[in-house]
Design a protein around this ligand. Structure first.
Ligand SMILES: Nc1ncnc2c1ncn2[C@@H]1O[C@H](COP(=O)(O)OP(=O)(O)OP(=O)(O)O)[C@@H](O)[C@H]1O
Ligand SMILES: [Mg+2]
Length: 358
């Protein structure tokens, strides 16, 4: 799969730009604050409907303008797709091949991407929430029903948490079991999909990890301490078991919203004991595993977006990553030209300068 063109209108620091990409390596080169990440962000929006950055959608509208528009055309095994997103101060509208989508989840899976930036290298040191975000974004792109299950889970969880704060215990216990049943039903779906994804990802990540580290042994699993197997009944029991604690704290203390990825290297929990280098290698291996998992699921690679990611890698990891890029459309942002790439990589160099790309 590859993105052929991208049009940006009043998006961030771009006024009106159309960029065409190569199906190989695209290197966006420019000084700081010229618009490289903005361009990478626009591509990620076209894939998922969301920004890889924190912040609000309306912040992408160029200062002083009323609306922003981004359009991307991509070519995949399944044909050509055009995605357009219009941002106004009130809403974000998404069009797929000219047809407006009533749910943003419908965008998932049309143009797939793996995004990687320097923060992602810290994935192992970061919080469980960041690792869940990694899982959620990857699985949602592969499976819309997962995205909808997540949305539903969040809604039910909010309602359950609101109920836990009710002053009258009798009111709480009248309805809590109904919520627990609904919550556990969606939770089980999420856990199963996460487990399935981890099983698919693990062999690829382990392989990449052994290659980059020179033979260290990676182990990966989904960490769900509140759930050790079984069906909805077992999960309902886990929620129920913690109700007293939840009532004291005023929120739900167990469930997929607290899951984590357990990552061991040579038998040790790398989240706790890993060196910085080991943690970085694990993060990179997870991303490379994600690429291969997409490839297996869709018979083609997703688009790889490397936002300033190479600059943070040492020579060894950098070369090993570059080795794996053949056949993958890659959008790389960088302040310095990266000399490891040559025209044989189907290389296109795009110079970014104050919101203009040449
Ligand atoms: N809504 C907006 N309107 C106008 N300009 C914006 C808007 N949002 C961000 N910018 C500007 O975009 C500029 C470029 O940002 P970007 O993050 O793409 O830079 P970059 O080229 O990736 O730089 P670096 O090398 O430092 O990562 C910033 O100077 C920022 O002020
Ligand atoms: Mg940047």
């Amino acid at each position: 799969m590859y993105i052929k063109s991208l049009t940006l209108n009043n998006f961030r620091n771009y006024e009106n730009e159309k960029i065409t990409f190569s199906s190989g390596i695209n290197m966006l080169v420019g000084n700081n604050a010229q618009g490289k990440t903005n361009c990478a962000e626009a591509i990620f929006y076209l894939c998922t409907g969301y920004s890889p950055r924190a912040g609000r959608d309306k912040q992408v509208i160029k200062n002083g303008c009323e609306k922003a528009e981004i359009v991307g055309v991509a070519e995949s095994l399944y044909g050509e797709v055009e995605v357009k997103i219009i941002f106004t101060s009130k809403k974000k509208e998404v069009f797929l091949n000219g047809v407006p989508l009533d749910k943003i989840g419908e965008l998932m899976g049309n143009i797939n991407s793996v995004f990687f930036n320097p923060q992602d290298l810290k994935l192992i040191q970061q919080s469980p929430e960041d690792r869940r975000r990694f899982l959620d974004l990857a699985i949602s792109q592969m499976d819309k029903s997962y995205f909808y299950a997540l949305q539903r889970y969040r809604r039910i969880l909010e309602q359950r948490n609101a109920l836990l704060k009710h002053p009258d215990r009798e009111v709480i216990f009248e309805t809590l079991s109904l919520w627990d049943k609904e919550l556990a039903t969606v939770a089980l779906k999420i856990i199963n999909k996460r487990q399935e994804f981890m099983q698919k990802l693990a062999p690829h990540a382990i392989d990449a990890h052994a290659f980059i580290s020179g033979g260290e042994k990676l182990e990966l699993s989904l960490e769900t301490p509140y759930y050790l197997g079984g069906g909805v009944e077992e999960l309902i029991a886990s929620y129920a078991e913690k109700t007293e604690k939840d009532l004291v704290l005023g929120y739900t203390t167990v469930g997929p919203h607290r899951d984590d990825i357990k990552i061991k290297v040579n038998g040790e929990d790398v989240r706790v004991y890993g060196s910085q280098g080991q943690q970085r290698t694990c993060a990179l291996s997870l991303k490379l595993g994600e690429l291969e998992t997409f490839k297996n699921a869709f018979n083609e690679y997703p688009v790889l977006i490397l936002d300033d990611a190479l600059s943070e890698l040492d020579k060894n990891r950098r070369n090993r990553l570059i080795d794996r890029l053949s056949g993958i459309q890659t959008i790389i942002t960088t302040t310095e030209f990266i000399s490891e790439f040559t025209p044989s990589n189907n290389l296109k160099i795009l110079t970014v300068n104050s919101g203009k790309i040449e």
